[in-house]
Design a protein around this ligand. Sequence first.
Ligand SMILES: [Zn+2]
Length: 127
Amino acid sequence: MPLEIMSERLYLDRFFQDWHRRTMPPDADGIDLDFIGVCHSWKCRAPIYAIESTTRNNKPTTILKRLATGLGCTGIVVIHDTEKLIDFQVIYSPHEFQIPHEVQVEARLTAYLEALRHIHDLTHLTR
Ligand SMILES: [Zn+2]
């Protein structure tokens, strides 16, 4: 089943992608991260995970790993096509656990992100 387009206007709005390709100098190394999940607590708001999504199975992950390490959060690459999630890879994490691979990828990613948030919730008030 194709992913639902939440907003046709935003889906068609490629302003940022076009802008940074047109405007940034050719030697400006960088990535445009897709999502940084943060703590729900307004007193904390610590980053819990950083996600880069891609359709490329072998996308370089060096910068994402450096960012996640520096932020002390989990860095995840989500691989997708135009219709569904294909897989995800944990590039760096301060936590050691896995969701069983028998679980369907979308449910596995959701469970993984919820587990990261739960781990954070158990510790964030003691920092
Ligand atoms: Zn927190």
